[in-house]
Design a binder for this molecule. Structure first.
Ligand SMILES: NC(=O)c1ccc[n+]([C@@H]2O[C@H](COP(=O)([O-])OP(=O)(O)OC[C@H]3O[C@@H](n4cnc5c(N)ncnc54)[C@H](O)[C@@H]3O)[C@@H](O)[C@H]2O)c1
Length: 383
């Protein structure tokens, strides 16, 4: 098991050019010498590569995963390499909460958090500071935990680099890769309707179009709709846009975007997929209630049949399509390399120059964004 985990971590780490360069410098400079970092993040090969870089920088790392996503072979491999990682894929919510409590109970100097789970456990403790991976965690820091957090927290997801590289290009690639892997269908000529022309939606529309699909966009925000038109896409109202579409993808962050009313206007056999974070963009419970039959056709593909024989196909039960189906891979290694390099450099900033930061949630310092952007340009140009 440890060998499988170690092999998978190696494959990822060898392709993470930015983290590789940072690891070299951290090994020399030891920015985290004598410091303990408490971590709560999905435990899989890409995050394991980040933990190894923090370890190379002199940190004592203690990490736990998120509910249901921990990869057991990665946890074993991390522990074998001397990095403390706790948690299992089949932990129930109670065991998961115990893991978080165990990490929070350590003598921590820094926190790397996901969803503010660790910070919520000890908001006023005297640590140097932390990072927060997600927008939902940042909202929690600004709302429920406002005024309670007594240290700086750099919010990684708000970096403009992440929007470009991860939301637009990472999601664009992985959603189209997942559609092809799950269905084995051809894209050229496929009439595709994308709901939302934000960061994720534009990436999906662009990757689909580059692979030959004919794309129509639905976007209520007039400025985003204008961008879609200027990028060469048709923009239509929902009922009009789904007419004749064979693939319908949601990426809006909104609820109930595709429900029974709209599905009635969709041609039989069309495929529905969601790329948004929550599984509520396609209203699956309402479709389920309206359907006369629901059956699994293949791993990640279901058929829903309505009155009169009308039917549609649903991918990954309406959950994020790029994280479901057989052998899901998520966003590209390079997209995650960028996100985790933002993590590594932000943690270094907190460990070494916390006095320059304000208390509470804040953006990634601009010089970090700029230096990483320059590094990624150089890495891509080097081929
Ligand atoms: N699948 C992944 O790996 C992944 C990665 C990052 C983000 N996400 C998720 O994807 C979703 C979108 O993220 P984003 O960064 O593109 O957000 P965004 O705010 O940049 O874009 C969302 C867009 O959807 C539009 N919209 C809202 N309601 C709509 C509706 N009913 N019909 C059509 N368009 C509508 C908005 O006007 C906006 O332009 C979020 O839920 C986010 O958490 C998923």
């Amino acid at each position: 098991v440890a060998e499988s985990g170690a092999r998978r971590i190696r494959w990822v780490a060898d392709n993470m050019m930015l983290l590789g360069a940072i690891a070299g410098r951290f090994t020399d400079e030891q920015p985290f010498a004598g410091k303990t970092i408490g971590v709560s993040i999905h435990l899989e090969p890409k995050t394991a590569a980040l933990l190894e870089v923090l370890d190379r920088g002199g940190a004592q790392v203690i990490a736990t995963g998120n509910l249901g996503t921990t990869q057991d072979d990665v946890v074993v491999a991390l522990n074998e390499s001397g990095i403390r990682a706790i948690g299992r894929r089949d932990d129930d919510p109670r065991a998961h909460a115990d893991n978080l409590d165990r990490v929070a109970a350590e003598e921590l100097d820094l926190i790397l958090d996901n969803g503010a789970d660790l910070v919520a456990r000890r908001p006023d403790v005297r640590i140097i500071g932390g990072t927060e991976e997600t927008t939902s965690g940042a909202n929690r820091l600004r709302d429920d935990l406002a005024g309670h957090v007594r240290f700086p927290v750099i919010v990684i997801n708000d970096s403009p680099l992440k929007s470009i590289v991860e939301n637009q290009h990472g999601v664009g690639q992985s959603v189209m890769e997942s559609f092809q892997r799950i269905t084995n269908l051809m894209l050229p000529g496929l009439r595709t309707c994308v709901f939302g022309y934000g960061w994720c939606g534009r990436g999906i529309a662009q990757y689909a179009s580059r692979l030959g699909a004919r794309v129509v966009v639905v976007e209520p925000d007039p400025i985003k709709a204008l961008e879609a038109v200027m990028d060469g896409f048709e923009v239509r109202e929902p009922q009009d846009a789904v007419d004749g579409a064979k693939l319908i993808v949601t990426a809006t962050g909104a609820r109930g975007v595709v429900g029974p009313g709209l599905v009635a206007a969709i041609a039989s056999g069309a495929i529905l997929a969601n790329a948004g974070h929550f599984d509520t963009e396609i209203d699956v419970p309402a479709l389920d209630a309206a359907a006369q039959r629901r059956e699994e056709l293949a791993d990640g593909v279901e058929r829903l049949e309505f009155a009169g024989g009308h039917w549609v196909r649903l991918l990954t039960g309406g959950r994020m399509v790029n994280l479901g189906g057989p052998s899901p891979k998520g966003n590209s290694i390079e997209a995650m390399d960028l996100g985790f390099s933002l993590q590594a450099l932000s943690l270094e900033r907190i460990a070494t120059r916390a006095g320059e930061l304000t208390v509470g949630p804040q953006a990634v310092p601009d010089d970090i964004n700029r230096s990483l952007a320059a590094m990624l340009v150089a890495a891509r140009m080097a081929g």
